[in-house]
Write a protein that binds this ligand. Structure first.
Ligand SMILES: Cc1cc2nc3c(=O)[nH]c(=O)nc-3n(C[C@H](O)[C@H](O)[C@H](O)COP(=O)(O)OP(=O)(O)OC[C@H]3O[C@@H](n4cnc5c(N)ncnc54)[C@H](O)[C@@H]3O)c2cc1C
Length: 278
């Protein structure tokens, strides 16, 4: 459980981080709560770690041009306790409180969670349901990508190895928007065995995303289509549950069989829809 020897550099600006990332065997270190365990197991063997914990600009949570902007190095706890988030994205507050334990929440970052793309991580489902945009910066400049295009597979994303996630942007939800994050947690790790994030807008538009269920988090457009614009009642919930999970291969592992995970996901979709019912 000892990592291969590595170099370490702490940077204080985004430009310093990008310059330091030019070497392919270099990795960003944020909270270290996914990377360090992987290095201890020797699943990851970077030659050098670039610690972004000193870049204060990456920790900002603010409102800008009608959007909520969350810096990539904001910790789960920073998001959990931020009044802007509590007011406008209450399901981020709800979801952040369910991540790991206090130590994990105080160190782990939203950017690290998205970049790591664990199939059972919580932020991917929440940023998908929020229809977030993920901002990145690398040697070729800045770019942004919708969360729906970011997660590409098991632990894989659209992020290039020498790119840094800088922020997550979410359009300010209109007044009257409801949202929820409902999670069935693996009892030891607290990771999701199945979890569902839902946003319900005043016009009835509904976004639904799952994590823990397939090899990466995903928006369930089948279930969204059934429930959007319709009243939430027993009939529409039943139809949404039937329509859900049609477009993914549901995971089966030693924690939960495919059938059990499917059942859990649908039950948690039902709980989520009841929670945002008008
Ligand atoms: C005991 C335990 C319980 C946990 N429980 C949960 C849970 O219930 N739910 C959950 O979702 N997660 C859980 N986690 C994971 C935790 O949330 C991690 O902190 C998180 O997944 C990774 O964030 P980090 O800041 O620690 O990233 P790091 O471990 O520092 O980095 C992870 C990866 O992301 C890359 N990276 C980091 N930041 C950036 C960036 N800004 N741009 C580009 N790449 C970047 C790194 O190079 C590395 O490859 C748990 C972890 C532990 C140890």
């Amino acid at each position: 459980m000892i990592p291969v020897a590595f170099d370490y550099e702490k940077v204080h600006t985004i430009d310093e981080a990008i310059a330091a990332l030019s070497n392919d065997d270099t990795k960003i270190l944020a909270g270290g709560h996914s990377l360090i365990p992987a290095m201890k197991l020797r699943l990851s063997r970077p030659e050098k770690l670039i610690d972004i914990g000193g870049i204060t600009a990456l920790k900002d949570i603010k409102e800008e041009d009608g959007e909520i902007v969350i810096g990539a190095a904001a910790t789960h706890a920073d998001i959990l306790y931020h009044p802007l988030i509590r007011t406008h994205l209450p399901f981020f507050t709800e979801g952040a409180a369910m991540i790991g334990d206090m130590q994990v929440r105080n160190h782990g970052t939203i950017g690290g969670s998205l970049a790591h793309a664990d199939p059972a991580a919580d932020w991917p489902a929440m940023v998908l349901a929020a229809d977030a945009t993920i901002e990145m910066q690398g040697p070729n400049g800045r770019r942004s990508i919708k969360a729906t295009e970011f997660f590409t597979g098991l632990f894989s994303t659209a992020l290039e190895p020498n790119e840094l996630i800088t922020a997550i942007r979410i359009a300010m939800p209109p007044d009257g928007t409801k949202s929820t994050y409902q999670k069935f947690a693996q009892p030891a790790s607290r990771f999701s065995l199945a979890a569902c994030a839902v946003m319900r807008f005043p016009d009835g538009g509904t976004t639904i995303a799952f994590t823990g269920v397939a090899d990466h988090a995903f928006r369930d457009t089948g279930a969204e289509h059934v429930i959007s614009g319709k009243p939430i009642d027993d009939d529409s919930i039943e139809k949404a549950m039937q329509a859900a999970l049609q477009m993914v291969d549901v995971l089966s592992d030693h924690y939960a069989s495919e059938a059990y995970r499917k059942h859990l996901a649908k039950v948690y979709l039902r709980k989520a829809l009841l929670a945002v019912k008008g």
